[in-house]
Design a binder for this molecule. Sequence first.
Ligand code: ZN
Length: 168
Amino acid sequence: MTILKKCLKTTDMDLINFPQNDKRKMEFHKKYRHVGISYPGVPKGWVPIFERAIVAIEKEMWPGWMSFHLKRLIHWLATGNSVVCIKFRWAERLRNFCTHGQMITDIKEKYATLRIYGHFREDINKIIREAETECEKTCEECGNTEDVKINDGGWLYNLCPACTETIL
Ligand SMILES: [Zn+2]
């Protein structure tokens, strides 16, 4: 198992070891899919930071008076829930009007930090920078914030001392 773990990225390890967590993440993702993400591969130690950021981004991105159902419907009509296609041109214009053209196009772990890509104005950029900084100080495996360092075990991990012992 140790060798297998080393060969897999942390996100893939999540899928193998924590299917119950994964189901909860899918439900969160479905509720907030109108921010634009495809299913994100976020290490489990960073999930609370990530989810807080998505909630804050959603509030900045869409008008507060709209229901989640309406926002998801507009997003779906505009994009077909894909970040690479336009379903209906009029719906895309409506989505752009509601969100000022803001959308998340990708979320990933890169070089042991969380990255959120897309088209954003300054307020959302600020939320993203804060989340990225918080992830840098947080163990991606357990969420611990003490003595977290980037380790190289074939892949780069951002880990606390205890998780470094277990994983690498
Ligand atoms: Zn840890």
